[in-house]
Design a protein around this ligand. Structure first.
Ligand code: GLU
Length: 297
């Protein structure tokens, strides 16, 4: 049997907080318990928001927490060619199109439609409006001008076509616990990627997206157990679809509890008080962090 492979995949666009500590430690502990492998992956495709300082802070804080990981660490910004290749595979299947609407144009079109129809525009599980489509907003002349000028655009998955390619219902296996072996009690989850509409796969200036690169990397790195927060549960439907379209293996999944603040909201990177670096500077110990996030009594 091959060794289970776990990973923690933070983005260096902010400071790690207690929620990240929980995710990292759950993966690390689970890998260690089964003599599995633990990988750290730096998801830095957004080269404007990710910085070397924040990346260094990730390494320092995870090491302080007691984690160790295999090297070299895969940094997504060094592998754009891999994501480009996957995108080409989808393009060859006729599943990718250029969407020229800017964020602003999408927002305005949705506002107009909501005012006109008196009902909310459909939104994806993260609350973002589904893509209205260029032809619903721009004239044919405007579209032609943007095409001719190679205007900024997103490369989007044609969700309707993509879902029509499926020959079997799309599902994944959700383990009740992160541990290897928990797959015996796994539940089959039905994936409904259509809820996300025509997701962005790449942009003119960023040659990939979160969904595309995470799926490519989990496969390239042989990840067997994807263990991450419940906030990414719904995104798994898109990931399963891309895995099928790209002919990639399907890992087991476990979506763990989130650490919430006093108001019941998910911790965010912009709030400094639960940042690991701040807690550490205030004298907290790694054992204290484990207790705070409910890993140890
Ligand atoms: N990079 C993502 C994040 O920081 C996590 C990706 C994943 O675990 O699939 O939220």
């Amino acid at each position: 049997m091959t060794r289970p492979v776990y990973r923690f995949a933070p983005s260096p666009n902010g400071r790690l907080h207690l929620g990240h500590a929980l995710s990292a430690l759950i993966n690390f502990d689970a890998a260690r318990a089964c003599d599995g492998r633990f990988l750290l992956r730096i998801e830095d495709i957004d080269t404007t928001r990710c910085t070397p300082e924040l990346e260094e802070a990730i390494y320092a804080n995870l090491a302080w927490l007691g984690l160790s990981w295999e090297t070299p660490v895969r940094r997504q910004s060094a592998h754009f060619a891999d994501y480009r290749k996957a995108l080409e595979t989808l393009e060859e299947q006729g599943l990718v199109y250029r969407g020229y609407l800017t964020r602003r144009e999408i927002r305005d079109a949705v506002d107009r439609a909501e005012a006109r129809d008196g009902r909310p525009w459909p939104r994806d599980p993260d609350g973002a409006p589904l893509y209205p489509g260029d032809r619903a907003v721009l004239t044919p002349q405007e579209i032609a001008a943007r095409e001719a000028g190679d205007a900024p655009h997103a490369l989007r998955l044609d969700m309707t076509k993509a879902v029509a390619r499926l020959s079997a219902p799309l599902t994944w296996q959700e383990m009740p616990a992160p541990q290897a072996g928990a797959e015996n009690g796994a539940a089959t989850r039905v994936a409904d990627p259509a809820l996300w509409g025509d997701v962005v796969l790449a942009r003119k200036d960023t040659p990939t997206s979160y969904h595309l690169s995470v799926v490519v990397d989990d496969a390239l790195q042989g990840v067997t157990h994807v263990v991450r927060g419940r906030d990414l549960f719904a995104a798994t439907a898109v990931h399963r679809l891309l895995q099928v379209l790209l002919g990639l293996p399907d890992p087991l999944y476990h979506h763990h509890r989130l650490i919430l603040d006093e108001t019941g909201r998910k911790l965010s990177k912009s709030k400094g008080d639960t940042a690991l670096s701040a807690l550490r500077a205030a004298g907290e110990s790694p054992a204290g962090i484990r207790r705070r996030i409910g890993l140890d009594a």
